[in-house]
Design a protein around this ligand. Structure first.
Ligand code: URA
Length: 424
């Protein structure tokens, strides 16, 4: 394989051969192919595209570039991935439900990205909880509790880590085959047999239109099936934040309330639908999801999971153990029906308060956030609070400006469906 010839091939829009693609990328890992050559190839792939076969080969090369977990000895190994949203605490609800329904929910999760939150950041607001662990601990917890969530390990799909870092600085992130292969390489390496994907669509998502989201979902499902896994994607709305809580600790609180049966309807709907899809993929009765939730067994699993990972399990009964900033109501200057709560703006508000990172590795404040008292379709009086802002003074003015922009009031609202489509 001649790297220059290989790059030229994609520049001309030709299809690669599997051996060449593998050799080029493995050469990069061994530092035999230079990063300027990989950068040039990424741009060619970005502009010319990769066909489904090339996308699968790229994914497999990334997935097998490091450690690959084998969960096949565990009962019903399932995984879930969200393409990223605002107020998206679905994993904290789906995981315990699936574990209580007899599955093994063993997942690697990431931290927040841009204006969206990350599961590991949220869970770290529980005193003592840790996402770092050895492979042995991961497997032991998966077997004993049926629920384990670990921080992404650098030796899982390391080629994806290297390529992602290059994409980030060469304007080649926003490509469907590159995004889909990046996400799925980590899912394949993490070892689950069935994978449910929650592809978010709308203002607060990375995919702004249903068309783009459908293409991403089809590409990811195609990769998963091509690699012998069972995969289903739901396309769900991310115009407004999911649930009412946006922030780290307050999202954990809302997830616990949901597991207790007191959660917001939209969160319950998305979580149950995804859990049911995962059960169907495993050939189990989808009705097990609701029963695991309503019986309180999912909540028990969540508590055992927190404890196993060093977290204080008493947070489930006592929310005062979670950090919380100072509370400030955001008051409406007029009356009307809430037509829109722009998830992107709410995400930016929480970022401004210090709930997310603007630079890699930055420390975050788990106690800041926004609790939405009003959601689309709700009536609001002049002088009534739209939201509660939890802050520590930092970025407050900027956050309030984003929130005032986020709320659009009018005289009628047409509720939008939450689950927009499914693939396949
Ligand atoms: N998340 C990933 O893991 N990879 C991408 O390329 C985009 C989002």
């Amino acid at each position: 394989m001649n790297p220059v010839q290989f790059i030229r091939e994609k520049r001309e829009g030709l299809k690669h051969r599997r051996e060449d693609l593998k050799a080029f990328l493995e050469g990069y890992l061994k530092e035999e192919v230079a990063d300027y050559q990989v950068s040039a190839w990424l741009m060619a792939a970005f502009l010319r595209g990769l066909d489904p076969e090339e996308t699968l080969w790229l994914t497999e090369t990334m997935a097998y570039s490091g450690r690959v977990l084998d969960l096949s000895h565990l009962p019903h190994p399932v995984d879930k991935h969200s393409s990223g949203g605002v107020g998206d605490k679905v994993s904290l609800v789906v995981g315990p439900i699936l574990a209580a329904a007899g599955c093994t929910f063993a997942k690697m999760s990431g931290r927040g990205l841009a204006h969206t939150g990350g599961t590991i950041d949220k869970l770290e607001s529980v005193p003592g909880w840790r996402g770092e662990m050895t492979e042995g601990e991961f497997l032991e917890r998966a077997e004993r509790i049926g629920l384990v969530i670990a921080a992404q390990s650098p030796d899982l799909a390391p080629l994806d880590g290297k390529l992602y870092a290059l994409r980030d600085v060469t304007a080649t992130v926003e490509s469907i085959p590159l995004i889909a292969s990046s996400i799925m390489s980590k899912k394949l390496a993490a070892g689950a047999r069935s994978i449910v994907l929650d592809v978010k669509v709308g203002k607060g998502a990375f995919m702004k239109t249903l068309e783009e989201a459908r293409l991403l979902a089809r590409t990811m499902v195609g990769i998963g099936q091509g690699a012998g896994r069972r995969v289903r994607a739901l396309l769900t709305s991310m115009e407004a934040p999911l649930g009412r809580a946006v922030g780290n600790a307050i999202e954990v609180r809302e997830a616990i309330e949901t597991l207790k049966g007191k959660g917001p309807e939209d969160l319950v709907e998305v979580a149950l639908r995804l859990a049911e899809e995962a059960l169907r993929l495993e050939g189990l009765d989808p009705g097990l999801a609701r029963r695991a939730w309503e019986s309180g067994k999912a909540l028990e699993r969540f508590q055992a999971f927190l404890e196993a990972q060093g977290g204080n399990p008493r947070v489930v009964e006592d929310f005062s153990l979670l950090p919380l900033g100072e509370e400030l109501p955001l008051v409406s200057e007029k009356e009307g029906v809430v037509q829109e709560v722009d998830a992107y703006r709410v995400g930016l508000a929480v970022l401004a308060l210090g709930g997310g990172r603007r630079k890699k590795g930055e420390a975050i404040d788990h106690g800041v956030g926004v609790y939405l008292l009003k959601k689309p379709g709700d009536w609001v009086e002049r002088g009534e609070a739209l939201a509660l802002v939890y802050h520590r003074g930092k970025g407050l003015e900027e956050a309030l400006a984003h929130l005032r922009e986020a709320f659009q009031l009018g005289f009628s609202a047409s509720p939008l469906p939450l689950v927009l489509d499914a693939v396949p």
